[in-house]
Design a protein around this ligand. Structure first.
Ligand code: SAH
Length: 369
């Protein structure tokens, strides 16, 4: 077994301390950072600005490792999905969704999840473990590898945005997520701007302010219901942090403004949460919050207790929210032929393919953002 330490996932300060401990000058940390995160180098021998003997020294003690890609799939619409396998064999999905004006990478923060949201496929799995900072950053680096995006380009990137909407609850793995975000933000490295990173939470209220203050990234909240009674069922975390508290935390989220809105995610479940009355209640609930509402057509999985709302119900819902002044794009289902696990596409069973096709023609034919 390789006992060498992985340098990916260390903060700048940790990397500097590591190098100081082996007697290297402080500026070496900066050089190494550039090679790892800007150039994407994985082999010390390729780091030609470093002295040869120093490179050899580093290679004896360290590695610059990525998680493995166990499987790669590409959808007809260009969406790519990578099944990422970590050193202990655990796996999580990472999805790239290309659009005209951006490319979004959807990443995971945990293997499994504790939240047991009723409509979510990951919710049927147990939490296996939190991902380490290196494993979160590693998803971004593996995507950059696959997209051929090294050195980190300044413009015209294929990977412009990052959303924490894969597996897991990022605010239940806050420390590792925060460490990873800081590395991803660093403008001498991966250099993704904080305005292009979105953390999605089911509503871990006590961590929302801290995350906003410390990281300053965009916030998305998985709302899905407008009464505590229903939200207790759909998102059981609501019993701990009910709607009034959640809305308060959104209202006071640091840095929210009309230019930087809080996104409310709302999965459309037929006959469950999709009535015009609920759309009106939603508008009342988010009054005063600079917000937009993402309506997500429910993506079914085998044994799921719900069905996706009809296209008509989704349009009617969107019209009410729009008319109240909140942009409410309907998320276009993407990559359904490869069953990607990002946000609206949380299912990984191939058996589902047929029913999805049927669902696609019957259900939402949503407009794009
Ligand atoms: N735990 C975080 C992030 C992961 S879920 C959170 O709850 O926000 C990312 C988004 O996908 C959430 O809005 C979630 O509600 C949604 N989602 C999960 N399963 C879904 C499904 N089957 N169909 C549509 N959206 C789903």
């Amino acid at each position: 077994m390789d006992v060498r330490k992985n340098l990916v996932g260390l903060s700048r300060a940790e990397l500097a301390a590591e190098l100081a401990a082996i007697g290297a000058e402080p500026y070496r940390a900066r050089q190494l950072w550039h090679w790892i995160y800007h150039r994407g180098a994985t082999d010390f021998a390729a780091m030609t600005s470093l002295a040869k003997s120093f490179r050899a020294d580093l290679a004896e003690r360290y590695v610059v490792a990525r998680p493995d890609v166990a499987r790669a799939q590409r959808s007809d619409d260009g969406t790519q999905k990578w099944l990422i396998r970590f050193a202990d064999g655990q796996e999580a999905e990472c999805v790239h969704i290309p659009e005209e004006d951006r490319g979004t990478l959807c990443i995971s923060s945990q293997v499994g999840c504790t939240l047991t949201c009723k409509f979510c496929h990951t919710g049927t799995q147990r939490l296996v473990r939190n991902l380490a900072a290196a494993e979160i950053v590693g998803q971004v680096m593996a995507a950059r590898d696959a997209l051929g995006e090294w050195p980190s380009p300044k413009d015209d990137r294929l990977l412009t945005n990052i959303v924490f909407m894969g597996m897991g609850e990022p605010l239940y793995n806050y420390e590792h997520v925060a460490a990873a975000v800081k590395i991803i933000l660093d403008n001498e490295g991966l250099s993704v701007s904080r305005r292009k990173i979105t953390l999605s939470t089911a509503g871990v209220v006590p961590m929302m302010r801290k995350s906003g203050e410390e990281l300053g990234v965009n916030l998305a909240v998985s709302l899905h219901a407008v009464t505590d009674e229903l939200r207790d069922v759909l998102v059981p975390l609501n019993k701990k942090y009910p709607l009034a508290e959640l809305m308060d935390a959104c209202r006071t989220y640091p840095g929210a403004s009309n230019a930087r809105r809080v996104t409310f995610e709302y999965v459309m479940l037929s006959g469950v949460n999709d009535s015009p009355a609920e759309a009106k209640e939603l508008v009342r609930l988010i009054a005063g919050i600079p917000a937009k509402v993402n309506l997500i057509p429910f993506n079914p999985w085998p044994g799921a207790p719900y069905e996706c709302s009809s296209a008509r119900a989704i349009t009617a819902f969107a019209d009410i929210v729009n008319a109240a002044g909140y942009p409410s794009p309907v998320r276009t289902p993407r990559g359904r032929d490869i069953l990607a696990a990002c946000g609206q596409l949380k299912s990984d069973s191939v058996k589902l393919k047929k029913s999805l096709r049927r669902d696609e023609t019957e259900a939402a034919q949503p407009s794009t953002r």
